[in-house]
Write a protein that binds this ligand. Structure first.
Ligand code: MEV
Length: 417
């Protein structure tokens, strides 16, 4: 295939790019129409080689009670069971008094990575005597942050031979702050270079250990039963799964995936960089050298107590947040106004999600609840309309083996009748 069309693709208009891709990939008229209908001027501002907006479903978790306040939380996710599970967990915790989320510290870390430091004591001494100059250099590179009450506030040196990391601690106020941190780190890198040291790179760290959000939930044992299990039996299964996630990385990865199902969906709806949150979460889960579950659940007297801690360097300004009307709509729905509040709510949704998943695993298994929602997706995948999908799903649920072929048969029969 001739690839000349790729040359300068990024300089072309959106309409030209759509036309080229349509021709090159032989898109049907319906596909071309879809691409055109979903294109937005904002999307073209945000990414290079823009074609169209890709859509994901958005729903809300209802009944989330955090620090005595009720939240309706927008979540964007394609997996059918995620919002249902979050709402289920949230309402169960709300009945026992809700989530307690701490007021977490909120500092970002910028790394200036120095290589081949022959005399570490010399570097240490320079950093000590120039502590204020280094911070002033960082702050001068992004002065608006200090004007807003934040800025570079601390320094530390870490040895990772053959490297040394000069870590800047930066208060980014209500922003996610990536640009600010990177600008400051690069300015300090120049200063370090001027002293004759070799700087390998200057960049923020997504292992945001100075922005760790903790949240706790107390659930009455009596409220955990169902599906033929007593509350105590369900709680004991949940505590076992929690213990397993502390020792078995295979289970810990899935345990944490369940938590991130909720947190990612909240982050996407809030216009935050969820890849940053994901990478920080998993690095934090392995902080003592073994990958472990981010949450724990223990029985104490008549309660099951859950605890979750993970870095949540969230932001409510900056990036695409102010530009995207849908993101602004989501803040209006949730009522979230500060980055701290967003971290507290996201961590609570993560713990709610985790509770619902573990309770299902400890009782009648995950598939029973999952499949109800999967049947609807299966019905839609074979062309059922929104009206037809629940009817097809209901019949699929009764079948021994529900697959696409059966879904098609049911749909055809339904249409005939
Ligand atoms: C599925 O998306 C998430 C779960 O696998 C989480 C878990 O196993 O804890 C249900």
């Amino acid at each position: 295939m001739n690839n000349n069309w790729q040359h300068g693709f990024y300089r072309r208009s959106v309409a030209d790019r759509q036309a080229i891709v349509s021709e090159q990939r032989r898109l049907s008229p319906a596909q071309q129409q879809l691409m055109k209908e979903h294109a937005t001027p904002l999307g073209n501002q945000l990414v290079e080689n823009y074609l169209t907006d890709y859509r994901l479903p958005e729903g809300v978790t209802v009944g989330l009670l955090v620090n005595g306040r009720h939240y309706t939380v927008p979540m964007v996710v394609e997996e059918p069971s995620v919002i249902a599970a979050a709402s289920n967990g949230a309402q169960r915790v709300a009945r026992s008094g809700g989530f307690d989320a701490v007021t977490a510290p909120r500092l970002m870390i910028g790394q200036v990575i120095i290589k081949d430091v022959t005399d570490f004591a010399d570097l240490q001494q320079w950093v000590k005597t120039h502590h204020d100059t280094i911070l002033a250099t960082a702050n001068a590179a992004h002065p608006s942050m200090q004007k807003r009450g934040g800025g570079a506030v601390g320094l530390r040196l870490r040895q990772e031979p053959p490297f040394v990391s000069l870590d800047l601690e930066i208060d980014v106020q209500e922003a996610m702050g990536a640009n600010c941190v990177n600008t400051m780190a690069e300015a300090v890198a120049d200063l370090v270079r001027q002293q004759g040291w070799h700087v390998t790179a200057a960049i923020l760290s997504n292992l945001a250990t100075e922005s760790v959000q903790e949240v706790t939930a107390h659930v009455a044992l009596a409220d955990l039963g169902g599906h033929g299990f007593s509350g105590k039996e369900a709680a004991s299964g949940i505590a076992d799964l929690s213990a397993l996630a502390q020792v078995d990385p295979y289970r810990a990865a899935t345990h944490n995936k369940g938590i991130m199902n909720g947190i990612d969906a909240v982050m996407i709806a809030a216009g935050n960089d969820w890849r940053a949150i994901e990478s920080g979460a998993h690095a934090y889960a392995a902080r003592d050298g073994q990958y472990r579950g981010l949450s724990t659940w223990q029985i104490q007297d008549a309660e099951l107590i859950g605890h979750l801690a993970l870095p949540l360097p969230t932001g409510v300004v900056g990036g695409s947040i102010g530009l995207n009307p849908q993101t602004r709509l989501n803040y209006q729905i949730s009522g979230i106004q500060t980055a701290r509040q967003l971290a507290q709510v996201a961590a609570s949704v993560g713990l709610a999600q985790n509770l619902a998943a573990l309770r299902a695993l400890a009782t009648n298994g995950i598939q029973a609840g999952h499949m109800k929602l999967q049947y609807r997706s299966l019905a839609l995948s074979v062309g059922a309309t929104a009206q037809e999908a629940p009817l097809v799903a209901r019949q699929l649920a009764k079948a021994k083996h529900a697959d696409k072929a059966l879904a098609k048969d049911i749909l055809l029969k339904l249409r005939k009748d």
